[in-house]
Design a protein around this ligand. Sequence first.
Ligand code: ARG
Length: 472
Amino acid sequence: MNNDRPARPANPNWGGRFSEGPSEIMERINASIAFDQRLYAQDIAASKAHAQMLVSQSIISAEDGGAIAQGLDTILREIESGSFKFSAALEDIHMNVEARLRELIGPAAGRLHTARSRNDQVATDFRLWVRDAIDTTDQLLQDLQAALLDQAEANTATLMPGFTHLQTAQPVTFGHHLMAYVEMFGRDRGRFRDCRARVNESPLGAAALAGTSFPIDRAQTAKALAFDRPMANSLDAVSARDFAAEYLAAASITATHVSRMAEEIVLWCTSGFDFIELTDAFTTGSSIMPQKRNPDAAELARAKPGRIVGSLVGLLTVLKGLPLAYSKDMQEDKEPVFDAFESLCLGLQALAGMVRDMKARPTAMAAAAGAQYSTATDLADWLVRMLGMPFREAHGVVGAAVAHAAKAGQTLAEVPLDDLRKFEPRITDDVYSVLSAEASAASRTSLGGTAPERVQAAVTEARQRFLAGESA
Ligand code: ARG
């Protein structure tokens, strides 16, 4: 390849060291403005906090500080109204803002970068952005929990089969099943909360890597930006991206939970299950098969971990083996986080939408709940409780009875008492009281169990634990 000659002048931000501009390919690989313009609000807020601190520490004059603050406000308005012209030649959001500030207020703009580097600047902006992303994610998770709680409360006594190995295992209630996800999403919120505490420290004032000789007040800027404290080590402050990796890890686990529930929705909508119905609002048709109603939103929510987990692995791979302190590799930290955040938000909103939209089909669910010898454990428990039989022995007796019923084409409740007695002569008529799916679910009153009154209590308790302080 021959070198393409740069037609551009040197970047004024590099000062006298450069006499020529970058090659076109250098500019393209280097520029991040196409994606980091998303940090504009954080960048401007952090610059305002920094300028204010420089004034209170008498590092710059109040007059310059005032001009900088006003100029930054103007830039914020320009960006938000869409009139701001982003330039790839100015590389990133930080230099785009600073260059415009110089146009607006003149040489005073050059004082803003005193005691600061783009290294602590970008780390600050990105932490502020991730902090907002965490708060948005938490809101969406809470909203999803609210949808699940409403649907669970409407279905505390709706029977459905519980599965292990996706084989019918024991009857449960639909409400109980939905409440399992309320707990999962509750732990997801806890992970984001933990992550937020580590995100919320201020790198600002670490400067390029070593700190600064100016008498800055890092506590002041940290406070102005609602960080809990300044980061303790300047090298760490500009090098750390574990906060972003941690967000992606929490997002990956959450996306996995979304995916599991989305898969269940897909299954429940099939004719084989027929447990729920989604309306036109959350299904699509087929361009060729007129009868089709496809759960595309559930399928896409099921797929989102592909990109979200991919983002986590991508970022960890970028960070792996990086020496301290800043390296340009770290510019590759943002796109995975932006993409994962968007994907996760959509997945969470789609799932909440489907949970609100879905209608249980109680007749089909109850029929499936009672099929496939789902109350065999109840029969074994009856033998243990009434006859004092060791559970292992009861298990063998019931196994034989199920084999017999299957051969005779009967459900357990349909096997005549005389036939049951062939397997255990002490069985009485009372046994039939435990063989229905309804009785089975109702009997499971242990803590965390599926009995309808337990589920109702769980809903009430979870509303307190997860939705108290809800804005809506
Ligand atoms: N755009 C850069 C990034 O996202 C900002 C920091 C640049 N720092 C530097 N020393 N070149 O990482």
